[in-house]
Design a protein around this ligand. Structure first.
Ligand SMILES: Cc1ncc(C[n+]2csc(CCOP(=O)(O)OP(=O)(O)O)c2C)c(N)n1
Ligand SMILES: CC(=O)[C@@H](O)[C@H](O)COP(=O)(O)O
Ligand SMILES: [Mg+2]
Length: 634
């Protein structure tokens, strides 16, 4: 039951419905949208604070532009809930991020209003530019393209590649820079500082306001044909602005900074600038979490807070004391512990301090943790540079975002055999973020790269020991992949133990079939084996391989010689991953046995709870058990 009512919003099922309302009603519609989002997300969690920050912007965009003919390209897309609600998805919004529900991000197959599929950061300028250039080439002079990018996403190199290119191609792209001075964690770095200077520089604002007053007095600012007028005032403003404005310096017209929560002013300004020719930036200043005090005060916690109590702002968590620790927290605490022992150790993250639990280390040794912005490629090459000078970087990147840095891993690290430890977080199906975020490709894309040691721990204790092993001086480039969340309850805070490189271990013996698993999915396999053995009179051998590369050849020879059937299990794509490595090994060594591979099929897996998703591809307890039984009776 909702405690809110939505008298105006109830009449809006499309941007055309929105346009039927008066300008004066827009602030009320914004209030209703905020209440709708707060109410909805308190029960069905998702990305919370970012959408609250762009309520006015989204309303203004759909009021001014003719969507879907005009294109709105959202960067990341975690802030696009208002857009979804205004474009016919209010009634299904309660299924947001759920299994078979709507996606938490814009998705072309979901709605004609979703101009570009997204989930990863910094794509909007390039994609929007492509659309705008295409419109020019097709002589669709009246189609507008708007790219909405946050200050955090602007730290990504891809955004700058887009800006660089926008300045030379024929296009009318409008870039809206949504500046709230935060990504998930506070944004650090030169770009952020540059934007702060913009919004606070007295000289710049004095010039800007004087120029605006000058133009207004002469009735230039209010006329619709302003863009055609090359008044002396405009010229002066432009010249002054160019001196210290990176966009103007690139021949991209800059407007702002303006208050992104004044919907009526936003509508006025968008209407005025939308038909200006050439690429342009509108810089708006917003508050992440706007309208919900707990989120305004703690935007990091409220980026994606889970369920919460609207009245008290209390977040509803399920992590009881009895639950195993998160892999992330074990990583975060262990890297700090290792750094205390080894002063060569530093940690690098591309804008995921909280998500990867690097806050433990940053609190104790802030100068040895580097948040480099949403810049995965740079994170890898920066780590390479640190390593050349004798430091030992632990570079933590989510599996899905590591895709951005593939060449950096090959060219800058592996090829030079540099001792960087890559902690690849969120490996496997991550859940509600869906297809854009599942970490399923890393085993396959890393396996073909020479010089890499690739490992995955069975549980949190093993993660800790692999991290310890990886930083020993005799080891070089080392990948450790582990999933989102927790595994099994283990006493992980034991003294470190070195793990032999390329060595797996038999978890149990058996004669009827061998199972080889990699990573924490081995625990699901172990449960399935226990049940099968109880119900049928069979004995199944099970090895936890620990390493994809170098792979444990001793175990593989043993299996090739002693078994007629082997099943491989991995939490990654089947094409080219761990199972493929076993098939290749058996074939290369002339072993002939039945090999069944269990892994992620060759399709994109959508969003849902991990349990639902693994069930849907027969990789949960029941599914794996059934496959093992089928192979046994084959
Ligand atoms: C390539 C990539 N790296 C990291 C992320 C994780 N991520 C999602 S949102 C976000 C912060 C975005 O900040 P900003 O663009 O300022 O948007 P805001 O949340 O402030 O609206 C990050 C780091 C991502 N989606 N894509
Ligand atoms: C939109 C985005 O990319 C991030 O907010 C992501 O959803 C974080 O995922 P975790 O919740 O696994 O840290
Ligand atoms: Mg931001």
């Amino acid at each position: 039951m909702s405690i809110y009512s939505y008298p105006l919003l109830n009449s809006i099922n499309s941007p055309d419905d929105l346009k039927k309302h008066t300008l004066e009603e827009m602030p009320v519609i914004c209030d209703e949208l905020r209440c709708f989002i707060i109410d909805s997300l308190s029960k069905n969690p998702g990305h919370f604070a970012a959408s609250l920050g762009v309520v006015e912007l989204t309303v203004a965009l759909h009021y001014v532009f003719q969507t879907p003919y005009d294109r709105i390209v959202w960067d990341v897309g975690h802030q696009a809930y208002v857009h979804k609600i205004l474009t016919g998805r209010r009634d299904v919004f309660h299924t947001n991020r759920q299994f078979q529900g709507i996606s938490g991000f814009p998705k072309r197959s979901e709605s004609p209003y979703d101009a570009f599929g997204v989930g990863h950061a910094s794509t909007s300028i390039s994609a929007g530019l492509g659309m705008s250039v295409a419109s020019s080439l097709k002589h669709e002079s009246n189609r507008h393209v708007v790219a909405v990018i946050g200050d955090g996403s602007l730290t990504g190199g891809l955004a700058f590649e887009g800006l660089n290119n926008a300045s030379i191609n024929p296009n009318n792209l409008l870039i809206i820079l949504n500046d709230n001075q935060i990504a998930i964690d506070p944004v650090k770095g030169g770009i952020s500082q540059y934007l702060v200077n913009f919004t606070t520089s007295r000289t710049y604002n004095k010039i800007r306001f004087k120029a605006a007053a000058f133009l207004e007095q002469r009735n230039i600012l209010n006329t619709k044909k302003k863009h055609k007028i090359t008044s002396i005032g405009n010229q002066i403003k432009l010249l002054l602005a160019r001196q210290n404005n990176i966009f103007e310096g690139m021949h991209i017209r800059y407007f702002g900074p303006i208050d992104g929560h004044d919907v009526i002013n936003l509508i006025r300004i968008l209407s005025e600038i939308k038909d200006f020719n050439g690429p342009k930036v509108l810089h708006i200043v917003t508050k992440k979490g706007k309208g919900y005090k707990p989120a305004e005060n703690a935007a990091t916690e409220w980026h994606a807070p889970g369920k919460f109590n609207i009245e008290t702002g209390e977040r509803i968590r399920h992590n009881g004391d009895k639950e195993p620790p998160l892999f992330q927290d074990v990583f975060g605490k262990t890297v700090l512990e290792l750094a205390e022992m080894n002063d060569r150790i530093v940690a690098v993250t591309p804008a995921m301090i909280s998500g990867s639990s690097l806050h433990f280390m940053i609190e104790k040794m802030p100068h040895r943790v580097f948040d480099v912005g949403i810049a995965e490629g740079h994170a890898v090459t920066f780590s390479a540079g640190l390593a050349t000078e004798g430091l030992q970087p632990f570079c933590n990147i989510y599996s899905t975002f590591m895709q951005r840095a593939y060449d950096n891993v090959i060219h800058d690290v592996a090829l030079q055999n540099l001792p960087v430890v890559f902690c690849v977080d969120r490996a496997g199906l991550v859940g509600a973020d869906g297809a854009t975020h599942h970490g399923v490709f890393d085993l396959a894309y890393f396996r073909c790269v020479p010089n890499l040691t690739i490992s995955s721990p069975l549980n949190e204790t093993e993660l800790r020991n692999l991290m310890y092993t990886a930083q020993l001086p005799e080891n070089s480039t080392f990948v450790i992949r582990y999933p989102r969340g927790n595994g099994v309850l283990v006493d992980w805070q034991k003294p470190f133990e070195e793990i032999a490189i390329g060595k797996g271990r038999w978890l149990k013996e058996g004669k009827d079939m061998a199972i080889l698993s990699l990573g924490p999915i081995g625990n699901v396999v172990a449960g399935a084996i226990t049940e099968i053995e109880k119900q049928h009179k069979v004995a199944i051998a099970h090895a936890d391989m620990r390493f994809l590369k170098p792979i444990d050849e001793e175990i593989l020879h043993y299996v090739g010689k002693n078994f007629k059937k082997v099943v491989t299990v991995e939490d990654g794509v089947l094409s080219g991953g761990f199972g493929s490595a076993v098939v290749e090994f058996m074939s290369d060594h002339g072993y002939s046995l039945i090999i069944k591979r269990i892994g992620i099929p060759d399709q994109f897996i959508e969003q849902g709870q991990p349990a639902e998703l693994y069930h849907s591809i027969h990789m949960d307890h029941e599914g794996i058990k059934q496959i093992l039984l089928n192979v046994l009776t084959q």
